[in-house]
Write a new protein. Structure first.
Length: 107
């Protein structure tokens, strides 16, 4: 699990710089800088987000846990299947992508 992702999620939640929920993320895709998808996202929604994100050139992170784990990571007591950062710096995006790619190769 990427420590940078974890810290970035907590910080962004405090700063109200996250959009949570699959429908909300799809509706506000143009404001997204990075999208995090849990394993709990339904196939149709996943395909739609991947397609739209590719069009808008928004990077995607496939979080290796469930929506429960993603919610907990943000310090919340409920499930979140999809999150987008509306504000995050490029250095953090690069670090998160590098960390998660390494995890996917080793995990």
């Amino acid at each position: 699990m990427s420590k940078i992702l974890e810290k970035s999620l907590r910080d962004a939640h405090k700063e109200d710089a996250l959009t949570m929920g699959t429908r909300q993320v799809l509706n506000s895709l143009k404001n997204s800088r990075l999208i995090v998808l849990s394993r709990s996202v339904k196939k149709e929604a996943l395909e739609q987000i991947e397609l739209d994100a590719k069009k808008e050139k928004i990077p995607l992170v496939n979080f290796q846990g469930t929506s429960v784990a993603l919610g907990r990571l943000c310090g919340l007591q409920f499930r979140i299947s999809t999150i987008s950062f509306t504000s995050i710096d490029d250095a953090n995006i690069k670090s998160i992508l590098k960390d998660t790619e390494a995890e996917e190769k080793h995990g």
